[in-house]
Design a protein around this ligand. Structure first.
Ligand SMILES: Cc1ncc(C[n+]2csc(CCOP(=O)(O)OP(=O)(O)O)c2C)c(N)n1
Length: 546
């Protein structure tokens, strides 16, 4: 058989269901082999979007998502998605083509050293130089992509190698279990937790795994210790739980930070320094227990005193076997924080102001999304509002990127989420800036015949940067733009377009879009004029009064 066929067999052997991407002439042998495989090719309109889709597939399933591009320009278009997967800890394998490596008559046309280019953005980047290497390169690539900490992998399959004849066969995965934490560290951590006066659990990105979620929910339930989350730790434990104190969406001075400042011990589960963490290490006298797959890297903002290193789900389970609720624990201040934070959120759920303010938008979205629904957030100022006000109930139901924080991932992530979860409610939330970075994928969604809701928060500007600009005392400059008519834009793709004209309409329109079939794009004018006052002053002042 041809090497390209062996390559596709190796992908099938890894359980690959989808390949997202844009083939070039250098991938034609691979494409031909794919056409006879069990794998579904999802052709996109930009390689970056294919990468976002593959990464999201990986994030949701724990198995590597796969994307494909040609050499040179196709591969350079994958760069942002590679960084997205790598920083976000999402398993993804990128396959790129290349000119023949043995003899080529085309000089340097379109040649970029893609393997080198991917080096800082991946866990593993290799050119396949012989058909014989395919089984082990593919196996090693997939192994590394999914292994903690998951990330991006790149394999380059040159045209002449893809065409070689081979009689190699694929390699099977070995049975492997993650190492678990050692007894002494578990005992030390358990003793510290029981001896503390105000212990607090902080849930981070690496805890966003199904089994860890179960174990952590049990730990919270059993011990009664309150918890807060980072942005990418949202949903690991049900945020409607009475012990949930909030998500750290702002860097400091939100209600939730008052709880963090009050804690004398933080059990930091699944912390990843890639996420901007709440700056608790500077708090006087605070003790931090790091529960993670790896030891904490030395960092000026993070230097825990105790480390419980090993499979996180196992460590949390073991801690729950060793820690019981203590009479000396005092959570009364934490409960005041929860009460104050919650009633502040509730104040704006009926705000009829139009254009709508973000707080009411979050409340309306929350109302129409059932517990297992998935929100995929692009990057803009609304991300802060959704992170702090929306209640996620299950792991991986709020797919936001607080690692690379790249604009443009919102809609492609929603498309991939739909392929993984055909029966859940799925909604992309995008700013008008971020949406337009991958808007062409509306065509992909329509062509796939999927049901999808895309909510565009339209302020005709790069709102997040405007907020920072005003916070830093600069004049309003350089951040406004015009927009297409999003309703007609959507319709031109064969999608349905909707425009919200008063606050009361939003929940109703969202509900009807979710019930209807097809792709729905909603143009929602948003008023960000209060962002600065609220995020930088009001929340700070109110939270200080607790
Ligand atoms: C690819 C990329 N380019 C630039 C930025 C910097 N950036 C962060 S948020 C933002 C503005 C987002 O604007 P929009 O999508 O309209 O959302 P808004 O903040 O207005 O709600 C920019 C430019 C980024 N994070 N990613």
């Amino acid at each position: 058989m041809k090497a390209a066929e062996l390559f596709v067999q190796a992908l099938e052997n890894e359980g690959v269901e989808y390949v997202f991407g844009i083939p070039g002439e250098e991938n034609l042998d691979l494409l031909d082999a794919l056409s006879r495989s069990s794998i579904r090719l999802v052709v996109t309109r930009h390689e970056q979007a294919a990468g976002f889709m593959a990464a999201t597939y990986g994030r949701l399933t724990g198995s590597a998502g796969v994307c494909l591009s040609t050499l040179g320009p196709g591969a350079t278009n994958l760069v942002t998605a590679a960084a997205y997967a790598q920083l976000g800890g999402m398993p993804m394998v990128m396959i790129t083509g290349q000119k023949p490596i043995k003899t080529s008559k085309q000089g340097q046309f379109q040649i970029v050293d893609v393997v080198d280019m991917m080096n800082p953005l991946t866990k593993y980047t290799k050119q396949i130089v012989s058909a014989t290497n395919i089984p082990y390169r593919v196996r090693e690539g997939f192994r590394l992509a999914v292994e903690e900490r998951p990330g991006a992998v790149h394999l380059e399959l040159p045209e002449d190698i893809a065409r070689e004849d081979t009689d190699e066969s694929v390699m099977e995965a070995s049975l492997v279990r993650r190492p678990v934490a050692e007894e002494k560290s578990l005992r030390a951590a358990a003793q510290k937790i029981e001896a503390a006066r105000h212990p607090l659990i902080l849930v981070g990105a690496a805890a966003n795994r199904r089994l860890t979620s179960r174990m952590l929910s049990r730990f919270v339930e059993q011990t009664g210790i309150p918890f807060v989350t980072s942005q990418m730790g949202k949903g690991v434990v049900d945020e409607n739980h009475p012990l949930f104190l909030g998500t750290a969406a702002l860097s400091s001075d939100d209600f939730v930070h008052r709880a963090v400042e009050h804690a004398d011990l933080i059990v930091n589960v699944g912390h990843d320094v890639i996420e901007k963490p709440p700056f608790f290490m500077t708090i006087k006298g605070v003790d931090v227990i790091h529960v993670n797959f790896f030891t904490a890297s030395v960092d000026p903002v993070y230097f825990p005193q105790t480390e419980v290193v090993g499979d996180i789900a196992h460590s949390v389970w073991q801690l729950s076997e060793r820690v019981s609720a203590q009479p000396g624990w005092d959570f009364s201040f934490f409960m005041q924080v929860r009460e104050a934070g919650e009633s502040y959120i509730q104040q704006s759920v009926h705000d009829d102001h139009f254009p709508m303010r973000p707080q009411r938008i979050v409340a309306d979205v929350d109302r129409v999304m059932p517990d297992d629904a998935i929100l995929t957030l692009d990057n803009g100022i609304y991300k802060i509002w959704f992170a702090r006000n929306y209640k996620a109930r299950f792991p991986n139901t709020v797919l936001l990127d607080n690692a690379l924080a790249a604009m443009g991932a919102g809609m492609p992530s929603a498309i991939a989420s739909r392929l993984v979860h055909p029966n859940r409610r799925i909604m992309a939330i995008c700013g008008d800036g971020g949406f337009m970075m991958t808007a062409q994928e509306l065509e992909t969604a329509v062509r796939l015949g999927i049901d999808l809701v895309v909510l565009i928060l339209r302020d005709d500007a790069y709102g997040m940067i405007k907020w920072k600009q005003s916070q830093m005392g600069f004049q309003d400059y350089g951040l406004d733009f015009g927009n297409p008519d999003f309703v007609r834009f959507a319709e031109s793709f064969g999608a349905h377009g909707h425009r919200i004209t008063r606050a009361g309409e939003l929940a109703e329109v969202l509900e009807s879009c979710h019930i209807a079939n097809g792709v729905h794009v909603i143009d929602l004018p948003v008023d960000y004029s209060e962002n600065d006052r609220i995020l930088n002053q009001e929340i700070k002042d109110l939270s200080r009064r607790i």
